[in-house]
Every structure is written in C-alpha cells, then in structure tokens.
Design a protein around this ligand. Structure first.
Ligand SMILES: Cc1ncc(COP(=O)(O)O)c(C=O)c1O
Length: 397
C-alpha cells in the first residue's frame, strides 16, 4: 500500500521537476529496512537477492552492503552482480532451457547452479562442469499472484519433478556427481506464509532422500501488499516456524547444512515509484481516461498480470474525488495502469505517483514504440536525489 508522507511527496515532486517524467525513484532507506527485516526474522538463512526484480547497479550495491548474496537467471544478471561487488561464493543461478554454453558460463562464474532439468544434469555431467551439483525441484506446490508467476506444480515449466528423482540420482551416479544442494521456488508474491512453510516442509522431507545434501534453498516469493485489501506477510510467525524446521532438520542430519532464500520483490517493490505526468483527459461514454506520459513499456505489471498499483496525485492533496482510468501512451488498448480507480480528480500537467513499482518495473521495461526508458533516481539516506540511471545493454549477453 502507499502512504506517501508530506516529505516524500515533496521529494518525489522535486525528482519530477529535476529529471522530468516519466522517472523511476527508489528509496534507499526502504530497501535497507526490508533487508534488516529479513535478517531479523530469519537469522539462520543466507539471502540471495533475485537480481531480476531490479538490476540497477546502485540498488545491487545497497543490497550487497546489507549482507545479501545474489541470485541470477542469466549470464547478464551474474555479470551485473559481480560488477556490483558480490563475491562468487555468494552467487546462485537457476534457469530453464539453457544453451550448453550458458550452462558452462554459469558454472565458470563460480555461482551455485541449481539445475532445472534432467537434461541440464546430463549436460553438466557430460561437460564435467563440477563434481557437486544442486537440483531445482518442482514438488507440485505452487503459489503466486497470477498464473504466470506460479512456478511449482504440473503447469509450470520449472524444476525437476519428484517423480524424476530416481532418474536424477541415476544420472548423478553415471557421472560420479554428488547432489549436495536442493532448491525450489514455488512462485511470486505469496502473502500467506502457510504455503511457503508447506513448501519448505516438503522440501526438507524430500531432502531426507539425499544423504550428501549440505545446502537447501527455499527460493523467493515473499510478497508485499499492493492493494489496500491485502495484508502484509507475517514475517515474524513465518520466521519462527521456519526456524523450528531448520533446527529439526539440522539435528536429524548431524552435520552442517546451510539454508538460503532468494527474495526479489520483497526487498525493492515498495521502495520504488514510477512518476508520470498527466498529458490528456478524455471522457468516453463509460470511463474518464487520464492519459499519462508512460505506459506498459515502462511498467508492464498491470498489463501482464492485471496487477494493482496504488496511484496518488502528487500535485494535489485535496479536491473533488472521482473514478478515473489511468492509461498510458503506448499504442495498445491494454495499456491501462488502473481502471475506474477512485482518486483525486487530476488536471493536465498533474504529477502522479504509481507506487510499489520498484520490483519488476524498470527491469521489465522496454523501448517498445521506440520510446526511451525512464531515468532511475535514488533518494539517498540523507534525502538527496542521485541519478543512478544505467545502460542495461552493458550487461545483457
Ligand atoms: C528462481 C527464482 N528465485 C527467486 C525469485 C524471486 O521471486 P520474488 O521476487 O517473488 O521473491 C524468482 C522469481 O521469479 C525465481 O524465478
């Protein structure tokens, strides 16, 4: 949910004035606050930030300095993490449908690679990419805010199914590999700790079948409330329960086992705002469209997942309220950020904040319609505005 304070409103407006709109603005303090929460409630867990959520180099550095590792899904993301100073030992990698040379590059990066399929395991063995391997499992449990982001279960392309464990062990034996790691990621934006805990329980149960396992990764998926009706994930209860599982598992093993999680959204979503300007207002027989100078090329989530993002009018704090459909400038009818949303009646020239846009916002942005990408600005801890825009083509492979 958004609750833009007076100071923040002024800072966001200042960013719009100085750098123009559309512009992404990230709040360093909020990112750090989220990192601290995770360390507090999950003291036994190492975190690998999912770079895909927001790969801005400054954002990566902030997260690294908070004691997080990084998780990448491509050579480019691993390169961005290394450039931001993450150590090789703090990197992990998971990806489906890789070319052989990509798997080679992931192995060479030093990251812990979670193999996504029997074929990847076979290729790993044949290419002699390392004696120890980690498997991404699909245990039939999925969760998420939209079917596109549910990554466990029979409809998901990800992971090695439990029914294929015997075959995976056979491949490992053939190549004299030791399965030392297990990972899963069931989906994104889970607000119910129950489903994440269930998946963790099942993973630990499965791990009992792997005697060499010394590393267990529960994946990401920790959600944040976007809509006013949504409740925060109960991290305290989640952390306390997971701690019990971890302790029991460690006891049953009698050897050192490391535990990890791969949060992306949780660290950056609420820290980011996409600021846009109202460029047009049009009344149809059904809706009042408020046109803005950005679109799904810059924030795809509403068009791709029908996601809710709070929208606030930064230019006014009082006035008439009404229902407005906030639409972008992309030449597609699906380019709508919000439909019939209750908000303060805007005027042309007003500046709007599209909130909770720090995750899967800029990182999914494109130059579709040949429009330039927005700048990225950081509100530093001392309240200054710093231009942290970067050229993602520098890392893309
Ligand atoms: C393997 C893996 N780990 C972690 C994440 C991060 O998910 P989230 O941003 O929901 O925490 C993803 C997201 O798609 C993923 O695919």
């Amino acid at each position: 949910m958004s609750n833009i304070s007076g100071i923040e409103r002024e800072t966001l407006l200042q960013a719009a004035r100085r750098f123009g709109t559309p512009v992404y603005v990230y709040n360093q303090s909020k990112i750090e606050e989220q990192c601290l929460k995770l360390h507090k409630y999950f003291p036994d867990v190492a975190f690998h930030y999912a770079v895909k959520a927001n790969a801005n180099p400054d954002v990566l550095r902030i997260i690294r300095k908070q004691g997080m590792g990084a998780e990448g899904v491509s050579e480019g993301e691993l390169a961005a993490a290394l450039a931001a100073g993450f150590k090789k030992k703090d990197l992990s990698f998971t990806c489906s449908n890789l070319r052989e040379e990509e798997l080679r590059a992931a192995a060479a990066s030093g990251a812990r690679v979670h193999l996504d399929s029997l074929n990847q395991l076979e290729v790993w063995g044949r290419l002699k990419l390392g004696k120890e391997v980690s498997l991404r499992l699909n245990q039939g449990i999925g969760a998420g805010h939209h079917k596109h982001v549910i990554t466990g279960g029979p409809d998901s392309k990800f992971g090695i199914g439990l029914e294929d464990i015997a075959e995976a062990k056979g491949i490992a034996k053939k190549y004299n590999l030791s399965i030392t790691g297990l990972q899963q990621h069931i989906g994104s934006n889970a607000l119910d700790a129950g489903i994440l805990l269930k998946a963790a329980r099942v993973l630990l149960k499965t791990a009992a079948q792997f005697e060499d396992v010394t590393h267990i990764d529960f994946g990401g998926g920790l959600g944040i409330p976007y809509a006013p009706s949504e409740k925060e994930l109960d991290l305290k209860a989640f952390g306390a329960e997971l701690k019990k599982y971890i302790h029991e598992f460690k006891k049953s093993r009698g050897k050192t086992v490391e535990f990890a999680m791969e949060p992306g959204r949780f660290l950056v979503a609420e820290a980011g705002t996409l600021i846009v300007s109202v460029t047009d207002i049009k009344q149809t027989t059904k809706h009042t469209f408020v046109g803005v100078d950005s679109g799904f090329n810059h924030l795809l989530r509403p068009a791709l997942y029908a996601s809710y993002h709070p929208i606030e009018n930064l230019s006014r704090t009082r006035g008439k309220r009404g229902r407005f459909s906030v639409a972008g400038n992309v030449c597609e009818s699906g380019d709508v950020f919000a439909t019939d949303r209750e908000m303060l009646a805007p005027d042309i020239g007003d500046v709007l904040a599209i909130c909770n846009a720090g995750a899967y916002g800029f990182s999914m942005a494109s130059t579709y319609n040949l429009r330039v990408l927005p700048k990225e600005i950081l509100i530093t801890k001392d309240g200054k505005l710093k231009n942290i825009s970067f050229d993602s083509a520098l890392f893309a492979r």
